[in-house]
Ligand binder design. Sequence first.
Ligand SMILES: [Zn+2]
Length: 278
Amino acid sequence: MKKVFLFTLVWLFMCGLATESVSAKKRAKAKHVYHKEIAAVDDVQRQINALNSLMQQKMQQEEDPYATEEDTEVPASGVYETWTNRRINPYMTPIAKLPDSVRINLSQYVPPVATFITSHFGMRKYRFHYGTDLKLNVGDPVHAAFNGKVRITGYEAGGYGNYVVIRHDNGLETVYGHLSKVLVHENQPLKAGDVLGLGGSTGHSTGPHLHFETRYLGNAINPEKLFDFAYHMPINDIYVIRKNSSFDYQYAKASHSSAYKKYIAKAGKSHKSKHHRR
Ligand SMILES: [Zn+2]
């Protein structure tokens, strides 16, 4: 009886061992499968990550996918390749080489002086007038029209007198002439409305006024196309520079200069012929 009991015990123990080893095998197998699945998940995750970074790269390369067609017309601030403290127009970019249309954001405009026009942009007797003249008194503060950076502070006895040129974030450059005093220095960043100098009558000037120019890539645009000087505000928040219409004064200028040349030639001839008769 004792023997039978002992045998049963041993048998039960053996069974237990066997069961134990079977479940161990199962566990090992399960572990293996689990690791395989984890590896597969990792692999998928890696692929997703790779795809994501590829998509991000592509999106950075491409234009903003949510931008409207009109918005993408704004290359203005990225057009200048040169920064120099010399020459009002160092770019030598003829109008013919400008893009067909460029949008300029004028919404942040602050009037340089809030007065009235004393002389318009256009042809003068002997030289072309590239700006709009605005009334002021000597010593009146003159303000930067937009955010930007001072490119030139200079003096020109026969022309601008004391003057400042600012390159603006919106792509325009502005010129302020005949100042009695310049209060900024070259390469100084400015906010719209900052005082850049005091009004005066220096240079080629017959009385105190501000000579105010607006230029794009060195080419002057009539400021009255951009701003309403009676209301001291931009005509529209956006001004589209168009190669064909923004620089239409060029045609008048060209015809004037050829007419002027003819006039000079004719005057010279008549002078000579008179001389001959004598
Ligand atoms: Zn002027």
